[in-house]
Design a protein around this ligand. Structure first.
Ligand SMILES: Nc1ncnc2c1ncn2[C@@H]1O[C@H](COP(=O)(O)OP(=O)(O)O)[C@@H](O)[C@H]1O
Ligand SMILES: [Mg+2]
Length: 136
């Protein structure tokens, strides 16, 4: 059986803002196996970005509230309970994000391959050029 790498269960996210409460994600569950590709599809404002950012715990901690039954597990690590050090080791190494709007998140003067190679090698100093190209 292929290994489930990412398991999201009953994900519920509220933003507790001063003036109001925004219920951004309601009871979302999905799994991603090793080597599998999953697309989240939905209209603008339906919670795709908030769901994705929560997997890396990149939501503003001051305002984001996760449901008590919400669980995000990446390769056995409970993301919602993980400490900063664990998260830092995961981010960019095992879980990465290319932010929306390629003209601002990618450098238009560099080829995309070169940017992927650079990111991979910054995060893993031992990664050789050839391996980095393969990974990219
Ligand atoms: N940092 C935030 N503070 C408050 N509300 C937010 C924040 N980020 C997103 N939201 C709200 O959460 C909802 C889902 O947004 P989002 O995940 O960006 O939608 P999508 O990516 O599907 O277009 C929207 O109502 C949005 O306004
Ligand atoms: Mg979005």
């Amino acid at each position: 059986m292929t290994k489930q790498l990412l398991v999201v269960e009953n994900l519920d996210i509220n933003f507790e803002l001063h003036e109001k409460n925004v219920h951004a994600v309601r009871n979302v569950s999905f799994k991603v196996a090793e080597g599998e590709t999953l697309a989240l599809v939905g209209e603008s404002g339906s919670g795709k970005s908030v769901t994705s950012m929560s997997v890396m715990r990149l939501l503003p901690e001051k305002f984001a509230r996760y449901g008590k039954d919400s669980r995000i597990t990446f390769d056995g690590i409970s993301i919602l309970d993980a400490d900063e050090k664990t998260l830092r080791d995961l981010r960019g190494n095992r879980i990465s994000v290319i932010f929306q709007e390629p003209m601002t998140s990618l450098n238009p003067f560099m080829r995309i391959g070169a940017q992927l190679i650079e990111a991979a090698r910054v995060h893993n100093k031992k990664l050789g050029k050839k391996e980095a190209v393969q990974k990219a």
